[in-house]
Ligand binder design. Structure first.
Ligand SMILES: [Zn+2]
Ligand SMILES: [Zn+2]
Length: 426
């Protein structure tokens, strides 16, 4: 159970409780009269399940029932008490911070959290801190999930912190956000970290460590394969959210659907809006999806056409795993022959067919084949990839850097036909 708020009297708490019940959230009232051993408090607590906390807080906040800016924590110090003369109640923790020097974890009081810096008692180093939940208009909750507005947070960081602190501050900000998602998902979810990654998962610490190792190793390999094309991020670690419940997974990603994320064939999504991150549905083997999405992440700074992005992601996934998953038997060739024509190829170049249920499989397959052919026919694809634009499917870049039309590239597999991309693609 999570305490949402302390209300000054039973009537207000009862009203708040009825609002939550109308939204299907079970809230428990607990009065403080008997519960406190110290000075007598006048007030009523309202508690809900951990998983409902953020949604409940959001509902009450929108209804004007709350007077605090901090989500899902009882603002103990603000409890009005008519006949209270006693000293203020101990403050509730509001912020989790990890010392960047020695790694000690601290739970900051509201007073400490509102300061701009904090001195670690363990190693005596002083570092700057941020509380994203305290920044105006920086986040919202939808269906219990916290969705930060990273543009607002980015502006705030730019305005309030020196450049030298940005990397560390981004790291803190992203961890606070993952912490908020963990709180919404429940206590079985834990945060695990490595040098470049943060994973939120219900898996055992050993399992999580294995996945973090997979990520770190894959990243090294992907960067070796992509060379100068690979994006090296500096602000915050890459976040991977591993959902153990399919409904929660779809609930979370629906916020980004359909145009803000990419649904891969391997069952995960790389979200490139705001703070880039990866969300994975429950699966027995998350490794292929992780590597696939990691490749997208490494190409995120390039606005390349979807077919090229997917083809590169799949071939890189194969290279990292040391296998070749291009399935090209008689049956598959026949399916390709039957599917592609002057019309359907335009949906392939525009990227539309990748999300069409009947064409998706053929599109991923064709993307992988074309990229594989390109990689074997041209020793250096870097300039072509760098300048390939989604707006013309990469046609002008192909003509300039490869000296051929994509129509020629497509015909190496599809045979003669009218394969030229015809922009504008929506
Ligand atoms: Zn320290
Ligand atoms: Zn993909």
């Amino acid at each position: 159970m999570k305490t949402i708020h302390r209300f000054p009297n039973l009537a207000e708490a009862g009203f708040a409780q009825s609002l939550l019940e109308a939204a299907g959230i079970e809230a428990t009232l607990t009065d403080d009269f008997a519960a406190t051993s110290g000075p007598l408090l006048v007030g009523v607590h309202l508690s809900v399940q951990d998983t409902d906390a953020y949604r409940a807080w959001d509902i009450l906040d929108r209804q004007g029932c709350l007077d605090s800016q901090s989500p899902a924590v009882a603002p103990e110090e603000s409890a009005p008490a008519e006949h209270q003369e006693a000293p203020p109640v101990a403050q509730t923790k509001v912020l989790d911070i990890t010392c960047p020097t020695c790694g000690t974890e601290w739970e900051l009081t509201p007073a400490e959290a509102s300061a701009r810096s904090f001195t670690c008692d363990q190693c005596k180093s002083t570092f700057m801190i941020i509380d994203i939940m305290d920044i105006k208009d920086a986040w919202k909750t939808v269906e219990g999930f916290v969705y930060p507005d990273w543009r607002v947070i980015g502006e705030y960081i730019k305005l309030n912190y020196p450049l030298s602190e940005h990397s560390a501050i981004w790291r803190q900000a992203s961890l606070q956000w993952v912490g908020a998602i963990r709180d919404a998902l429940g206590s079985e979810y834990k945060i695990h970290q490595s040098e470049n990654f943060v994973i939120l998962t219900t898996k055992t610490p050993n399992n999580a460590k294995f996945l973090l190792n997979v990520c770190e190793n894959a990243l090294t390999k992907i960067r070796a394969i992509l060379g100068a094309l690979a994006w090296h991020w500096t602000n915050g670690k890459h976040v991977v959210l591993m959902f153990e419940d399919l409904e929660l997974y779809y609930g979370y990603i629906s916020h980004f659907y359909p145009d803000k994320g990419e649904f891969s064939g391997s069952g995960g999504i790389f979200i490139h809006r705001g703070y880039c991150h990866t969300a994975l549905p429950p699966s027995r083997d998350a490794v292929p999806a992780l590597i696939h999405e990691l490749t997208h992440l490494s190409l995120v700074q390039l606005r390349i056409p979807l077919w090229l992005n997917e083809g590169l992601a799949m071939n890189t996934e194969d290279d990292v795993n040391g296998r070749n998953l291009i399935r090209l038997d008689k049956e598959m060739i026949a399916l390709h022959e039957a599917h592609w024509n002057a019309e359907t190829i335009q949906d392939f170049w525009s990227g539309k067919s990748f999300s069409q249920p009947d064409a998706s499989k053929m599109s991923y397959s064709l993307a992988q084949i074309l990229v594989e052919n390109l990689q074997s026919d041209y020793p250096n694809l870097e300039d072509f990839i760098k300048e390939a634009k989604a707006s013309d499917a990469g046609e002008s870049s192909a003509r300039q850097h490869l000296g051929v039309s994509l129509s020629v590239v497509a015909s190496t597999f599809l045979g003669e036909g009218d394969w030229t991309p015809k922009p504008p693609h929506p």
